[in-house]
Design a protein around this ligand. Structure first.
Ligand SMILES: [Cu+2]
Length: 119
């Protein structure tokens, strides 16, 4: 009877242990897949401003700039490494973010914004 009890307790501990390891790994996988899913962020261009002007994203996320003004704008990297097409009202431009950068509108050079990657 005593031997049976010990056997039973050992088996129970083993089952609990395996269950906990399984739960731990499945929660790690879920967390990882949440972290790895790129998020889409929207920057509106509104009343001659990029809104929000400063945005923090994760590496690999997508930013979509949408022109909500009636005048055309664009999105140009501060050193002119790249630029969007001219965005008319309701036009948008999307970019996958892999690095920090500042940008401006080359049509209205006072309009500025920046993108920061969260570590
Ligand atoms: Cu502009």
């Amino acid at each position: 009877m005593k031997a049976f009890k010990i056997f039973f307790i050992r088996k129970t501990v083993l089952v609990i242990g395996i269950t906990m390891i399984f739960l731990l790994f499945s929660s790690l996988n879920t967390t990882e897949s949440i972290l790895n899913t790129p998020t889409k962020h929207v920057v509106n261009i509104y009343q001659m401003k990029f809104v929000p002007e400063i945005i923090q994203v994760r590496k690999g996320d997508i930013i979509e700039w949408v022109n909500k003004d009636i005048v055309p704008h664009d999105v140009t990297e501060i050193n002119k490494k790249w630029t969007s097409k001219t965005l008319n009202k309701e036009d948008s431009f999307s970019k996958k973010i892999t690095t920090n950068f500042d940008y401006f509108c080359s049509i209205h050079i006072v309009m500025k914004g920046s993108v920061h990657i969260k570590e």
